[in-house]
Design a protein around this ligand. Sequence first.
Ligand SMILES: [Zn+2]
Length: 195
Amino acid sequence: MAATEVFEPACRRAAAPNLPATEALIAAAKSLHARGLTPSYGPGDHGNLSCRTPDGCLITGRETPKDALRSEDLAHVVGREQLADRARLVYDGCRRPSTDALMHLEIYARRPDIGAIIHGHDGRALANAERLGLPITRTSARTNSLELIEETAALCARHDYVILRDHGFLALGATLDAADQLLQRWYQRASQGGF
Ligand SMILES: [Zn+2]
């Protein structure tokens, strides 16, 4: 998403995360890219993926094309502090977490049943969202904002697949595989022009 700063990233340890989910996250990101679902959308936005961890979430770093992702491109968000006017996200990693990391944390907080979130750019789902009856944010996602995060998290509290207006999709699942299967189903429905 756009590079508006809605949180302040604070590095705790500048080392590539080495977690059980690291390889699965990289594999899922490369697979998404291979299917054309992470095209660049504005400067540096190639979609993002995350997995819940006991400490927070493991998420792709900023401005990381998904075809050549390495563990050095991931960030492990391990803490959140509230400052006077914004949140500070503490992370381990060589790259700052995705600009959507705060959105992912808000969704995880409201959905204890899910363990993975995938955000990508699917032009067909976007174009057919209303016809397919998909939940769509009222707020345009051309720029990131706390309002968009709040609205998106509220929609994700009730839906596993949500369209970010003018932008892309969020797919939620118990696992990365489950989230990926869900986004594939909507991709196919949107491509087929109906149910
Ligand atoms: Zn995006």
